[in-house]
Design a binder for this molecule. Structure first.
Ligand code: GDP
Ligand code: IMO
Ligand code: MG
Length: 415
């Protein structure tokens, strides 16, 4: 009877979808609490690959799935995802918060236009309208899922009065009638799923097992990440309280998902990025192409400075290490243990991206190993792989609970 959190500790794409699916078998309910369809969570079962942008990955284990109030929902994407599941014979037992803000077509347009204006300083967003939608939420110009089924047209027109001033400046034209027509069609399809998830989650959390599936990653957090090269929500553990309406006292365990190396998609500093051969090797072997946008992910070594920071703020209890198999066959493997900045060693992750950009990683080098791919028992791992994992766990002072050695559900070692 517990709330358990699964949080990405790097720049997203750590394998949260796979880990969530794996754990979901022993949970009753799986909840998304922040982000939107900028997320792309992959679950591989047998030969079938599922990609989720909004619906929690626990849906494949036939669990109750909840989209919390902290998520921004593109109703079109949600309808598509429900239909994709139905097409695969899965009827999702889904509840969507009536308080979740809705992504509008103009949020997506603004996302693109703002990026264009930033030119070479652009963030490299997923262009899903995430930032503009959260901006409207905070400005109190948002429209929520509850509004979709309650006077949507009146509420939209009221908001458009303010927004149209901005649209004029950007040269955006919105066909309000068409927007209303489209969104009311989605409303019809989604109505039965919309409800008060806050009362629902609080009614079950003492008696049932609830899993909270983070999206993005800690280093993309709007408060803790490499601002402004971040997303616009709080993927950190605190996001669960505000994004699902759950007291911190109800979160009993926090599992951090860590890729055995580092990737980042989009712009912004990444001290351990390998721009040469190693980076290419990791990208190719790890199939590091974005689940949502198909963009190539930047790759490099694991970064313990960043991970210690992530573990500290989130109070991580256990770590799930993913994609260990991608490092198979390398002669040596590096671990960043500190940064060199201005002739001194930095042990803290700096708040300034200008400083972070100038940080040079200080590495500890490990001998590689032959094969971990598809291994299912810890005993079968090569000794050098065990050394690598032990070192990371000892440095972070956190036990490893899962080692993932392949994309399929069964390629998982539980410790
Ligand atoms: P998420 O956003 O954190 O859920 O991660 P993504 O799904 O965007 O990206 C992770 C990718 O790595 C997906 O294609 C997964 O199928 C794949 N993956 C997950 N775990 C492993 C693993 O242990 N080994 C390998 N080779 N691939 C994995
Ligand atoms: P999952 O849940 C990796 C990145 C974008 C960009 C920045 C801001 O699959 O791990 P946004 O569209 O959110 O305004 O983009 O954040 N980003 C992600 N990177 N995985 C994700 O989600 C991401 N969601 C957003 O690439 O750099
Ligand atoms: Mg992803």
């Amino acid at each position: 009877m517990a709330g358990v959190a699964i949080i990405g500790l790097q720049w997203g794409d750590e394998g949260k979808g796979k880990i969530t699916d794996f754990f979901s078998s022993s949970f009753d309910c799986v909840v998304r609490y922040q982000g939107g369809d900028n997320a792309g969570h992959t679950v591989v079962i047998g030969n079938k690959k599922y990609k989720f942008h909004l619906i929690p990955s626990g849906v494949l284990q036939n669990k109750k799935v909840v989209i919390g109030n902290g998520v921004v929902v593109n109703p079109r994407v949600l309808v598509e995802e429900i239909e994709m599941l139905k097409g695969n014979g899965i009827e999702p037992d889904l509840m969507v918060s009536d308080r979740a803000n809705i992504i509008m077509p103009y949020h997506i347009m603004l996302d693109g236009l703002e990026e264009e204006l930033l030119a070479e300083k652009k963030i490299g967003t997923t262009k899903r309208g995430i930032g503009p939608c959260y901006s409207d939420k905070i400005a109190r110009h948002g429209i929520r899922m509850g509004d979709l089924i309650n006077d949507f047209d009146k509420k939209l027109k009221r908001i458009l009065k303010i927004k149209e001033k901005l649209f004029d400046a950007y040269g955006i034209k919105i066909d309000a009638e068409k927007l209303i027509e489209d969104y009311l069609k989605y409303a019809k399809k989604l109505e039965k799923y919309i409800g008060d998830t806050i009362y629902y989650l609080n009614s079950i959390i003492d008696d049932k097992n609830v899993l909270f599936e983070g999206a993005q990653g800690f280093l993309l957090d709007i408060d803790y990440g490499t601002y402004p090269y971040t997303t616009s929500s709080n993927p950190c553990v605190g996001g669960i309280c505000t994004g699902a309406g759950i007291s911190p006292k109800k979160i009993e365990k926090i599992i951090g998902v860590v890729k055995a190396y580092t990737t980042r998609v989009g712009k912004g500093p990444m001290p351990t990025e390998e721009k040469g051969q190693i980076g290419e090797y990791l990208a190719e072997k790890g199939k590091e192409f974005g689940t949502t946008t198909g963009r190539k992910r930047r790759c490099g070594w694991i970064d313990l400075v960043a991970l210690k920071y992530a573990c500290m703020v989130n109070g991580v209890d256990e770590i799930a290490i993913t994609k260990l198999d991608v490092l198979d066959g390398l002669e040596e493997i590096k671990v960043c243990i500190g940064y060199e900045y201005d002739g001194k060693e930095l042990k803290k992750f700096p708040s300034s991206i200008e400083i972070l950009e100038q940080c040079k990683p200080i590495y500890e080098t490990f001998k590689g190993w032959e094969k971990t791919r598809n291994k299912k028992n810890y005993e079968d791992l090569p000794v050098n792989a065990k050394r690598y994992l032990d070192y990371i766990s000892n440095e972070l002072k956190i036990p490893i609970c899962i080692i993932s050695t392949g994309e399929r559900r069964e390629d998982t070692i539980q410790l």
